[in-house]
Structure formats: C-alpha cells, structure tokens
Ligand binder design. Structure first.
Ligand code: WQD
Length: 334
C-alpha cells in the first residue's frame, strides 16, 4: 500500500515515515526543505534500510501533485506540510494562510481529480484557542484562536468538513496534535528547527548544549499549579504511531470525517519540564522569568480517550523518555 506523505522530511513527517516503512508501507514523500534538511532522507534510510520515493517541491505546485498521483497508485495521503510557528504567524499572516490553507486546497483538488479519497490531516490543539475546559475533548468549542497559525488550521478543518459533506466518498481523519517533543531512539532524527527555536523543548536542548545561555520562562503568573504554562507534551514516536493506527482506521471504517486529540492526557508546567529534563539528563538548565509571550494560554492538555478507544492507540512514552530522547538527539548530532 502506497502512502503519500507531505512534509516527509519534517519533524513529525520523518518520524512517521520510519514507522510506515518498518510496517511495510511504501512511502511517497514531498518536501520543499523550508523547515527541514535533505539529509533526513539518508537518516530514514539508515534507520529502516528502505528508500522513500521522494519529490522535492511545494504543495502549491499542482502540476507536481498531479505528476505524483499519476505516477504512483496512492492509497492514502498524510498531510504534514505547513508552517507551524505561532509567533512567526503573528508577524506573517499572509504567508501562513497562503502556505497552510491554499496548499491544502491544491492537494484536495488533485486528490479529487485522481480519485484518492483517504486523508489524514495534521491539525493542532491551537484550534481550541483558550480552551473552555481541560482536559480538552474533541467536542470542546473551537474557534477562539489567538494566532494566524491556529486560525489557518481552523480554516482547513472547516474546508475538510465541507468537503466531507459534498463528497461522501472521502474518508478523513483530523489529528489535533498537542505538543510533540522527543526524538527517535536512534538519535539519527529529531526536532531540528532552523534558527532560534520558538518551542520550549528545542530551546531547552540548545541551552543544555551551551548554544544558548539560558531559557526565558515566559511568565510565572498564569492560573496554573506553579504559575508557568501547562501543556500536554507527547513523545514524537507515540504521535507517529497514531498515524499508523489512523491508516488502519481509514482502511476499515465508514466514509466520513473523524477528529481525534493526540495528547497524553497529562499537563506539565514549564518548571516541571525543566526539572524533569535536569533530572534525567543530569544537567543544569539556567533560566530567567520573562514577561508572558503574546498569544500564550494558561493550560492546554488533552482528553485522548476517544483516540485510545477508536484507534486502539495508547501512549508508550512518558516525560522522562521525552527529555532523554530529545537530549540524546542533540548530543549525538553536535
Ligand atoms: C510551551 C510552553 C510557553 C518557549 C505551539 C503550537 C502548537 C505546536 C507546539 C505545532 C508555553 C513556554 C516556550 C520558551 C517558554 N506547534 N515557553 N520559553 O506554544 O504550547 O504550542 O507549539 O504543532 O500547535 O501552538 O508550544 O513549546 O512554544 O510553548 O517559557 O522559550 O513553554 O510559554 O507555556 P505551544 P511552546
């Protein structure tokens, strides 16, 4: 069975591709290296001893998408390709809406023309905005997003819901990711953002690696257990495994659209993350309390019972594994 993975060299895409190949799927990949490196392809080969049928290019290039669907008998598409920095999106809304929304419209047009009707879409917990309650279930209200990144995911979810009603042959899963962190146990692939990281874990890793002097803790006056932001961190390999379970679900489910929260169901504060990272890696992470970051919310963590039950999926890794694997990736790729 051939799976088309957009953003195949990215953080979540690359980890998912390793599992797909190990499970015997054939993988067709697309990436434009806007936030990833070509060398990831060799790392995936090293891990799995298998090749991806790779195309370099942009999701907005319909001719390229048509070529991919014409040359490959694609069974299911997993769409990871998107810009994903909350802070960056506030500064560059047009780039975010163009890249994140128009690219999905181009993909869906090509899919429909080539009669490819199974899609797993990578969405985000940011569609919940400042959640009305925690832990967050899939029927928690969406819409009060606080940044263009989250709004671009919200728009795309609405497009997919409309498509599912208009073309009942489509089978669509929307995965709302919480906070993916960690790395493959081989330390060959991991979270490797270009430039200064916006997200907590890669920033902590750069402090641990002495590339940055200290961590700024964005606010300690939130309405949380210790005043710092609480999030649901999920190991990247648990997230990758959910996509394998998603493909299996689409293979034996009714047509329609399914939405799942992908989190551990546990919320950890910034200070708890720092303490855990220091403990498991036996290293000090200097930090300073800084002003709140605009667009941040107090706490956000998942109720993932629906995914657990309907996908037969449970998280295998805990916060200590996430901290250990993230740091191992950094020290083995200095
Ligand atoms: C986590 C916590 C910060 C950096 C976003 C997207 C989400 C996903 C992950 C795409 C918050 C605090 C952070 C730092 C800090 N992206 N923090 N100092 O904002 O929860 O989620 O990224 O899939 O969709 O919304 O993640 O890691 O940026 O922040 O104190 O240098 O760490 O305030 O409480 P976030 P994050």
């Amino acid at each position: 069975m051939k799976i088309f993975v957009t953003g195949c060299c990215g953080y979540i895409g690359s980890h998912t591709c390793t599992l797909l190949l190990e499970k015997g799927y054939e993988v067709v990949g697309l990436d434009n290296f806007s936030n990833s490196k070509r060398s990831v392809l060799n790392k995936i080969k090293k891990i799995t001893n298998k090749d991806i049928i790779f195309y370099e290019g942009n999701m907005l290039n319909k001719e390229l998408l048509d070529e991919i669907f014409t040359k490959n008998n694609i069974d299911c598409v997993i769409d990871f390709a998107a810009f994903k920095s909350v802070g960056d999106s506030v500064l560059k809304p047009i780039q975010y809406y163009t890249n994140n929304v128009n690219s999905v419209l181009t993909l869906l047009t090509s899919m429909q023309e080539h009669n490819v009707k199974k899609l797993i879409f990578s969405s985000s917990a940011t569609v919940y905005g400042n959640p009305e309650f925690v832990p967050i279930t899939e029927n928690c209200e969406v819409g009060n997003t606080t940044n263009p990144y989250g709004t671009s995911k919200l728009f795309t979810e609405k497009i997919l819901k409309d498509l599912s009603l208009a073309d009942p042959e489509f089978k669509i899963i929307i995965f709302r990711y919480f906070n993916p962190v960690g790395a493959h146990k081989s330390s060959l692939i991991g979270e490797d953002p270009l430039g200064i990281p916006a997200n907590l874990m890669p920033y902590i890793c750069k402090v641990a690696n002495k590339e940055l002097d200290y961590l700024n803790v964005f606010g300690n006056d939130y309405n949380t257990k210790d005043g710092t932001g609480v999030r649901d961190y999920i190991h990247i390999m648990d997230l990758a495994d959910a996509h394998i379970k998603g493909i299996e679900k689409l293979g034996n489910s009714q047509n329609g659209l399914y939405i799942y929260n992908l989190g551990t169901g546990k919320g950890y504060s910034v200070l708890e993350m720092i303490n855990t990272f220091e403990k498991v890696n036996n290293i000090k992470i200097p930090y300073k309390i800084a002003p709140r970051r605009s667009g941040d919310i107090d706490e956000c963590y998942a109720d993932s019972k629906k995914a657990n039950k309907e996908l037969n999926w449970t998280c295998q890794y805990n916060l200590e594994d996430m901290c250990k694997d993230a740091y191992n990736f950094i020290i083995k790729n200095k």
